[in-house]
Design a protein around this ligand. Sequence first.
Ligand SMILES: [Zn+2]
Length: 308
Amino acid sequence: MKKTSMWTWIGLAVILLLSFYYLLFVQSSSAEKSQFEIDLAGMRSLTQADFEKKSGPGALNSLLIGEGAFPSGAILAGDSLISKTRLVFTAFQVLYPDGKQLILDTAQDKSLHEEFYQGEPFYADNYASLQSSMNQASWIVATHEHVDHVGGIAQSENFAAIKDQVFLTKEQLNGPTIEAARFPAGNLEQLKPLNYDGLHLIAPGVVLQKAPGHSVGSQLIYVRRNDGQEFLFIGDIAWNLRNIEEQTGRPLLVSWIFLQEDREQVAHQLRALLELKQSHPELQVVIAHDGDILERIRKSYGVGSSFQ
Ligand SMILES: [Zn+2]
């Protein structure tokens, strides 16, 4: 082989590798103008009557069920594949003055946690507390159907007692990814699908809005407390605030191989969320796995760190 042609081959191989690296880890879709509208006015209108009567949520509590970490470059396209970013797995409890409660996301049980995040912290006492609250809840809802959000429903030991209070949407129940939560045979079929279009007032002060993209069953969950503080739970549209602030989604490798998410839809939602944060800084956007946001809403926005 002539020397020049060897160098040509090496050069081509390097260009090919760099192209793959760019495509799989660096490139990210972004939207200059969002085609996704977050209907805050509609959410406020649907919750106005309960807000005026103070019959909406009196308190909002959080519970840390587990923790994990991903390479930063798996969360934010183009970021370091060596440094790590912390992830939290949480469940929330919306409490009403009359004693009723709504559970928002249920994390996953120890067996599923260890399968996906081996060696990372799992808080068994908090998980037990979540399960006992689920037994008393009038509504159990999820931002989306991924295992780390519905695993607590799928693995509930009291499934027969909670199933009529579970409100998973038709898209969540029929989505291709819910099987990872491993509902025992026959249980998934016992859940009655929630059907709605646009916005849906699921409980006083709590509104759902469909937001497919990260998964087919992803939805926004708006919570308006009686003291006027509003929260928007966005599930995993972003994994970290930087996804919104830097308008950069997950790398193609993660979106495509592990999640099968629609990156275009997510990009439009990330743009809409940035605009919402700028125009309505009073509203707290809660990113499911962002530990800094969890700390901030606990410290400054009256969110409890245990269930009642
Ligand atoms: Zn998640």
